[in-house]
Design a protein around this ligand. Structure first.
Ligand code: KIV
Length: 270
């Protein structure tokens, strides 16, 4: 079982691998490949729920998907990604929503898209025994404020704000930090400044680990961000398999004899 302590030991020593998953069979494949951390990302909004952003995703959806992922996982650390407005507005509601991910859904930790508003709440959650992964840079739940899914931290002041917030979240007790879509030299500086592991997505090679949305990594998405790489062609495989099924049914080739059972005694029925 990978623990938050294992990740902290790995920082700077061996690369940490993290991928998203949203269901049990996929989690099983990811876990069997020895991925260290499975993130039940609110990217499920786009990846599996058919929304065009992460904003509509609910705590119920994350809890249900996290429980499925946890059932399919033996070793990886399972992190539930807290959806838009499930945290940060009210302390007691934040604790309820984050706590249920551990109590009901069997997550090992939660991730919060972070900012100045999550420093205190991170400290409180950690005091209560809920490990927190912070997330800075591009925080997609702020898409309406950011005016799109743009690279963040590109000028000196913005880069310094990210560095300061990274330090503040480490101080508050976060056990790791996701850095999304920031310049590689900023990610390198944050990684250097922190003792907790940084996990990058579109943040260059110098983070302590890397994360991708599973659909992008396996080639299932119909669009992938420029910083992602497709390591397979699962969409193509799905298309080939589904077309082959349709052809086989339409040409009476499926089901064949080996897929059917004839019960001799039922001849009496006719
Ligand atoms: O929701 C998600 O999948 C994420 C990762 C991209 C880090 O937050």
């Amino acid at each position: 079982m990978v623990t938050v302590q294992d990740l902290q030991r790995m920082a700077g020593e061996e690369p940490i691998t993290m991928l998203t998953a949203y269901d049990a069979p996929t989690a099983e494949i990811v876990d069997d490949a020895d991925v260290d951390v499975i993130l039940v990302g609110d990217s499920m909004g786009n990846a599996v729920l058919g929304y065009d952003s992460t904003l509509p995703v609910t705590a119920d959806e994350v809890a249900s998907r996290t429980a499925a992922v946890a059932r399919g996982t033996d070793d990886a650390l399972v992190v539930a990604d807290m959806p838009f407005l499930s945290f940060g507005a009210d302390e007691s509601a934040t604790i309820q929503h984050c706590g249920r991910m551990l109590k009901e859904a069997d997550a090992d930790a939660v991730k919060l898209e972070s900012g100045p508003h999550t420093v205190e709440v991170t400290e409180r959650l950690v005091q209560l025994g809920i490990p927190v992964m912070a997330h800075l840079g591009l925080t997609p739940q702020h898409v309406n404020q950011l005016g799109g899914y743009r690279r963040q931290g590109t000028d000196q002041a913005a880069a310094e704000r990210i560095l300061d917030l990274a330090r503040a979240h480490e101080e508050a007790g976060a056990f790791s930090l996701v850095l999304e879509h920031v310049p590689a030299n900023l990610a390198a500086a944050v990684t250097e400044a922190l003792s907790i592991p940084t996990i990058g997505i579109g943040a260059g090679p110098d983070c302590d680990g890397q994360v991708l949305v599973l659909n992008d990594a396996v080639g299932l998405s119909d669009w992938t961000p420029p910083f992602a790489r497709e390591f397979g062609d699962v969409r193509g495989e799905y298309e080939r398999a589904v077309s082959a099924y349709v052809d086989a049914v339409e040409s009476d080739e499926f089901p064949a004899e080996e897929h059917s059972h004839v019960e001799e005694d039922l001849d009496e029925l006719y």
